[in-house]
Design a protein around this ligand. Structure first.
Ligand SMILES: [Zn+2]
Length: 271
């Protein structure tokens, strides 16, 4: 068993037995292949989320295994921009659930979905809950930008944190500046009413429109103020917090279920 290898599918099956005995947290990054303005590649969510997870795996000393990332998500609202790939939410949930259930089947007790595409977040929540309820393992879900958002607020220069914006562009500039076309970086604010917004940013009424109806460039927020230094700070904060989250999750007890019925229930029923 090679405890230094943190990429799930780089292990052989005999090494997998050693990993199961060690009980690392298994991370499933969920990303997208989606337009990110004129200045960022379509792999932005996938690349940023996967980079964070792989760095956590590298620093976790055998406490984390990283699954191959899911590269597609719910994206029909971006389909008017060339290249975006959309996967139906039912298909996404079913596919990811098959992955998490396979991991649970082998005996890994702690699974964590690490999301990087906002529209996947409610789906990841359902996948995590169903994995916990339908297997003997525990599964949780997090959206990686949430781990850095408090810190980011202390040095950000623009108001909106959303999509292909100061946050994501900075992080991409830190990790692979040669792939960012900063001369094309732009800004868009969404269309806001008292209760509604074109990008569901209001707490009152969730509404996410086709993005071609309200933005000409596919950006939500302002990418022009992005820098690699901001990206470095976002990356370090995210990796540090995700490492802490993984340690907490790894130590979390898997308690026994208890049956409080006075007469035996129909235990054979499956939902
Ligand atoms: Zn994104």
């Amino acid at each position: 068993m090679d405890a230094a290898e943190y990429r799930y599918n780089r292990l052989t099956w005999p090494e997998m037995n050693g990993a199961i005995a060690r009980q690392p947290v298994v991370l499933l990054p969920t990303g997208s292949t989606e337009q990110h303005g004129r200045h960022l590649p379509l792999d932005t969510d996938l690349f940023l989320g996967e980079s964070v997870c792989l760095e956590v795996g590298k620093r976790a000393g055998g406490g984390v295994l990283v699954l191959p990332a899911i590269p597609y998500g719910l994206n029909l609202h971006h389909i008017d921009f060339p290249g975006t790939i959309h996967v139906e939410p039912e298909v996404f949930i079913a596919f990811c659930l098959n992955v998490t259930k396979s991991v649970a089947y082998h005996g890994f007790e702690k699974i964590l979905l690490v999301n990087s595409h906002g529209s996947n977040a409610p789906l990841d929540d359902i996948i995590a809950r169903r994995t916990t309820l339908e297997t003997g393992s525990l599964c949780a879900a997090c959206h990686y930008p949430n781990l850095a958002i408090e810190e980011f607020r202390t040095f950000k220069d623009t108001e909106t944190v959303a999509h292909a914006d100061e946050f994501e562009t900075s992080l991409y500039l830190h990790l692979a500046p040669e792939r960012v076309q900063m001369e094309l970086a732009a800004a868009t604010e969404d269309v806001m009413g008292a209760y509604l917004s074109s990008d569901s940013t209001t707490p009152y009424a969730r509404f996410n429109d086709y993005w071609s109806r309200w933005t000409d460039n596919g950006v939500h927020g302002d990418a022009r103020t992005a820098t690699a230094e901001k990206g470095r700070r976002i990356f370090e904060t995210t990796v540090t917090r995700l490492l802490e989250l993984c340690s907490e999750w790894r130590a979390w007890p898997v308690a026994e279920r208890r049956d409080f019925h006075e007469r035996p229930p129909q235990a054979g029923i499956r939902w």
